[in-house]
Design a protein around this ligand. Structure first.
Ligand code: SF4
Ligand code: SF4
Length: 266
């Protein structure tokens, strides 16, 4: 019998639609990546496929785009209740622009102390921020506000990972830099549109068509010609060597790259 496969982070992306239009969008939603909803039934199939391959998930995350403009988001939160004993916490990431409707609030509260909301606070742009805070305080919901306006921005602001191009790092340098990348260390898998990737940049650089798909870079969740064991082997290797995306991605230099004000709008 094989060893249990545990995911530290598994981010489900039900939509790349967003209520903002950030110049330095880290998901390349400022043009190169198409904005679209993945139909509810398809997201559920992807989630089922992930839980068929992965034995346990520490943080099951929902990220966008902006998840609170995805119409079926409350239904998705309800749907993953079926895996309640297979993950430790639910994490929702939001830009604080749209407050969930009653269904969404109920679905959030159904997780009690096992849910956290991470709100990127973009000042005036995050128009629902105060509603979120009142809701968190009233219902004692665990949350984190990341301040991304004015001085002292979280992480000192954003980096510019736009216009990715081949950085031409020699192979061994690429391997070391990719291995030390924050995204590699936090093991933040991303599931989008039937595929499972090792990180958000791997996902969205593939999505923008920067390079042809390469076997082993990600898992086609519904490809029956690849066995469950083979898919699990690919996932186990996710963080062992650089992927094509790492060649093009400046994120691995986040510690030394210049910072820019967050969420400047186009
Ligand atoms: S809030 Fe801005 S950075 Fe975040 S997904 Fe939307 S457009 Fe991209
Ligand atoms: S370098 Fe980029 S693509 Fe590679 S692990 Fe880091 S964030 Fe992901």
């Amino acid at each position: 019998m094989s060893n249990p496969l545990v995911a530290r982070r598994l981010a489900i992306v039900p939509t790349t639609n967003c209520s903002l239009n950030c110049k330095l969008c880290c998901d390349f939603l400022n043009g190169p990546v198409k904005r679209r909803d993945i139909p509810f039934e398809q997201v559920c199939r992807d989630i089922d496929a992930c839980f068929d391959l992965i034995d346990h998930v520490e943080w099951l995350q929902f990220v966008g785009g902006e998840v609170f403009i995805y119409r079926d988001f409350p239904k998705l939160l309800d749907y993953v209740q079926k895996y309640r004993d297979r993950f430790d916490r639910i994490i929702i990431e939001s830009n604080g622009t749209v407050f969930p409707n009653e269904e969404g609030q109920r679905a959030i509260l159904s997780y009690g102390k096992d849910i956290s909301l991470f709100i990127s606070d973009y000042g005036k742009l995050s128009r629902a921020r105060d509603q979120f805070i009142a809701f968190f305080e009233e219902h004692q919901v665990d949350h984190r506000l990341k301040k991304y306006y004015g001085d002292d921005q979280y992480f000192d602001g954003w980096i510019d990972n736009n216009n990715p191009h081949d950085l031409k790092e020699p192979g061994d340098v690429l391997e070391v830099n990719s291995r030390n990348c924050v995204q590699n260390r936090c093991k933040n898998m991303h599931c989008f549109d039937g595929k499972l990737y090792r990180c958000s940049n791997s996902c969205f650089m593939q999505e923008m068509g920067l390079f042809p798909p390469k076997p082993g870079d990600f898992v086609y969740l519904h490809d029956d010609s690849v066995s469950r064991e083979e898919k699990r082997e690919i996932i186990e290797q996710f963080y062992e060597y650089a992927r094509q995306s790492c060649r093009y991605c400046k994120f691995k230099y986040i510690g030394i790259l210049p910072r820019h004000p967050a969420a400047e709008q186009l």
